[in-house]
Design a protein around this ligand. Structure first.
Ligand code: AMP
Length: 284
């Protein structure tokens, strides 16, 4: 089946309404484009839970802070369209900025608890931009199910909370992190890395694997673990740690022992590229 590309909000809403009237389930994958296997794994998951899959590409200006990479964020339009087509996306929703934000837009959605730590602390306002655009996209695409990657673990939690607290009728499905063969979590921003930076970037995965191993061997205290991976990351000259956090996987509040499911989340700058990665430690 050939893929439709829809560029206006009105047309997208008309399409979604028509499908729903016919009883079809819409699965949705919101992205900022520059697609990779991580995104495509979400398309596959959405497909398993719906009749039609919509993927959106929108580099959302209001989730970038001043001085971040909004203008230089990669936008390989034709390649993205081909990848969507090949992976069985039914509709590519590809609005431009003017479609999404009126010049005098003045309403935001703000999650006020889970969004404040971790990336929210280093990127204040970022999650307000994310929740606002995702709420808008839900109103435009009207999905029955929407898929979000565990790669952005905090984003996933914040969206789940928004859906719960605003009674948005959509089921949120998490998709596992897809990695390069050497362990680096796939990300559109990996393109920014130099050859040396690409090697340095492996330190995130190595640190997480170290924690996993130590917990498997019986360590339960967070402080020694934090100290050890802090040392590992500090040993990489090209890496500058933004945060290393051990938090409850549900509430995202800091923990001092690994007892329940704990999210270990890292943000590390490799040169000027900020990378994130995480692991969920499940203790029997
Ligand atoms: P982005 O285009 O970076 O905004 O990401 C769009 C969606 O893809 C989000 O739900 C991300 O969590 C997800 N995603 C990005 N990278 C990966 C990955 N390596 N594995 C799984 N999901 C991912």
């Amino acid at each position: 089946m050939s893929m439709d590309i829809i560029r206006t909000v009105q047309e997208m809403q008309q399409w979604a309404s028509a499908q729903k009237r016919q009883g079809r389930r819409i699965g949705f994958v919101p992205t900022m484009g520059c697609l990779h296997e991580g995104h495509l794994s979400l398309v596959k998951l959405a497909r398993e839970h719906s009749d039609l899959v919509v993927l959106s590409i929108f580099v959302n200006p209001i989730q970038f802070l001043a001085g971040e990479d909004f203008t230089r964020y990669p936008r390989p339009v034709e390649r993205d369209e081909t990848l969507c087509q090949e992976s069985g996306v039914d509709v590519l929703f590809y609005p431009d900025g003017a479609q999404m934000y009126a010049p005098d837009h003045s309403v935001y959605v703000d999650e006020a608890l889970l969004s404040r730590g971790l990336c929210g602390a280093s990127r204040p306002g970022h999650f307000r931009g994310v929740t606002t655009v995702v709420a808008k996209l839900f109103n435009i695409v009207m999905p029955d199910v929407a898929v979000f990657g565990q790669k952005d673990a905090q984003q996933l939690r914040v969206i789940q909370r928004m859906v719960r607290d605003l009674n948005i009728p959509v089921e949120i499905l998490p998709g596992p992190i897809v990695r390069e063969p050497d362990g680096l979590a796939m990300s559109s921003r990996n393109q920014y890395l130099t050859t040396g930076g690409r090697q340095d970037a492996l330190c995130l995965r190595r640190a997480l694997e170290h924690v996993e191993k130590r917990v498997r061997e019986g360590e339960r205290m967070v402080e020694p673990l934090r100290h050890e991976i802090g040392g590992m990351l500090a040993g990489v000259p090209g890496a500058c740690v933004d945060y290393v956090e051990f938090v409850d996987n549900e509430t995202l509040t800091p923990v001092s022992r690994v007892e329940r499911a704990v999210l270990v989340a890292l943000a590390v700058k490799i040169g000027s590229t900020r990378l994130i990665d995480n692991i969920v430690l499940a203790v029997p």
